[in-house]
Design a binder for this molecule. Structure first.
Ligand code: ATP
Ligand code: MG
Length: 398
């Protein structure tokens, strides 16, 4: 590629050892390239590193977003690739001095060289000295601090010499789609987007399901969930949001169920619909944002009751976290501000004053069976609308 931009990407050593390495790398490459479309990109692999070349026309902010939201990337940096000669390396070092953070010309630095090619004629130490000399030639005021430098110039000798500074950190984790498929029950709250993020971190590919009880839940509530889906989509490597019209089912439950059991009945119905949608999408797990004891329905008995309506594994990555920890993650991943917008979700509006918190499973299941929900659920699935989001989180027009 002529005049392409080059990035060095660090990938997790542990993941490379622990999993089938080719499989892992292939997914990661595919995921990154999908985020950079329609720009041309090319990724080549070298021990513990990926080198990404992207066409010049691609804005650096797009590359950064792609790399900083892709699980499996531990760190990355724009980098220069030159011949393995002293003069070429010196020249590249001088070029790096024109850019952040070195261009300020002040502060402390160190040079950090390593040789994958041991036949190179300088040792790492000699190479460090050569780089430091060039740094001082351009910025005489910079001082060396090998223990706590404010900036570092890196040089790696491989098939070529690669120079870079100030790598940015990535998310770590495992590339999405290395761990099968799941369905995320995405409400408008704080928890479920975080739950999706956590499972994507372990490589699960996910579609999202939202139960919408219009007009009891407003258009704004749906807009909010669409926004949340687009915010988490880059971490999920793109997703599909299924919006299930749930009004009829909820009204039926509200009219027929014991008032104190309505929430449990809603949850049973949600699990069944989620299983039906999962089957269509060939997903093998459900993911929810439930945490033990956070609300009335999230007791051990309540969760076990919900589980009994799912043939699929139910993953609850937040189960042992407290709200403060969940909020911290929500802020970091950028969903918090949207989650706290004041549009109620369906469970809030339909929730009873004195819910049963410790249901007797067999008995409560019988009460649910008596509601004969099946036709309502089939109807809801048939009328489900879908929204698709690109790997960078853009909602596609349908
Ligand atoms: P959240 O903050 O994620 O809304 P919550 O603390 O408000 O969670 P609940 O409302 O009891 O707790 O919901 C528990 C979980 O059930 C949610 O995290 C989500 O996974 C799922 N859920 C609840 N309501 C809906 C909905 N309307 N559509 C899809 N999933 C839902
Ligand atoms: Mg909620």
């Amino acid at each position: 590629m002529k005049n392409g931009q080059l990035y060095l990407i660090k990938v997790g050593e542990i993941a490379l050892k622990g999993l089938n390495r080719d499989f892992f790398e292939k997914r990661l490459k595919g995921n990154i390239k999908a985020k950079l479309r329609p720009y041309q990109s090319y990724i080549n692999t070298q021990k513990g590193r990926l080198f990404l070349e992207v066409e010049e026309a691609c804005p650096p902010a797009v590359v950064e977003k792609a790399l900083s939201t892709s699980f499996g990337v531990v760190g990355f940096s724009k980098c220069l690739k030159v011949e393995k000669t002293d003069e070429a390396i010196r020249e590249a070092a001088r070029l790096l001095m024109q850019e952040e953070p070195f261009n300020s010309g002040e502060g402390t630095f160190k040079a950090d060289s390593r040789r994958a090619d041991k036949s190179f004629h300088l040792t790492s130490y000699q190479l460090d000295c050569l780089l430091a000399e060039e740094v001082h030639r351009i910025h005489p005021a910079l001082t060396v601090d090998v223990h706590h430098p404010q900036m570092t110039i890196f040089c790696e000798i491989r098939d070529k010499a690669y120079l870079y500074s100030s790598p940015k950190s990535g998310l770590g984790g495992l590339p999405v789609s290395t761990a099968g498929r799941g369905m995320l029950l995405l409400s408008g709250g704080i928890d479920s987007p975080v739950a999706g993020y956590q499972m994507a971190q372990r490589g699960l590919r996910m579609e999202c399901i939202y139960f919408h009880a219009y007009p009891y839940t407003s258009d704004e509530a749906l807009e909010k969930v669409i926004t949340l889906a687009s915010l988490i989509a880059p971490y999920l490597q793109g997703t599909r949001l299924h919006v299930v019209p749930f009004t009829e089912a909820q009204l039926h439950i509200k009219a027929q169920a014991r008032p104190e059991e309505t929430t449990l009945m809603f949850r049973a119905a949600m699990m069944q619909v989620s299983n039906m949608l999962a089957e269509k999408s060939e997903a093998l797990a459900l993911v929810t944002g439930e945490a033990l004891s956070q609300v009335a329905s999230q007791t051990v008995e309540g969760l076990a009751f919900s589980d009994s309506f799912s043939d699929l594994l139910v993953l609850r990555p937040l189960v042992g976290l407290d709200k403060g920890q969940i909020i911290e993650t929500a802020r970091r991943i950028g969903t918090y501000e949207t989650s706290i917008l004041p549009y109620e979700d369906c469970c809030t509006i339909f929730s009873p004053k004195h819910p049963v918190t410790r249901p007797h499973k067999a008995e409560t299941r019988e009460h649910y069976e008596a509601l004969e929900m099946h036709p309502f659920l089939v109807e809801a699935v048939a009328n489900t609308k879908t929204y698709d989001f690109t790997p960078l989180g853009v909602l596609l027009e349908t």
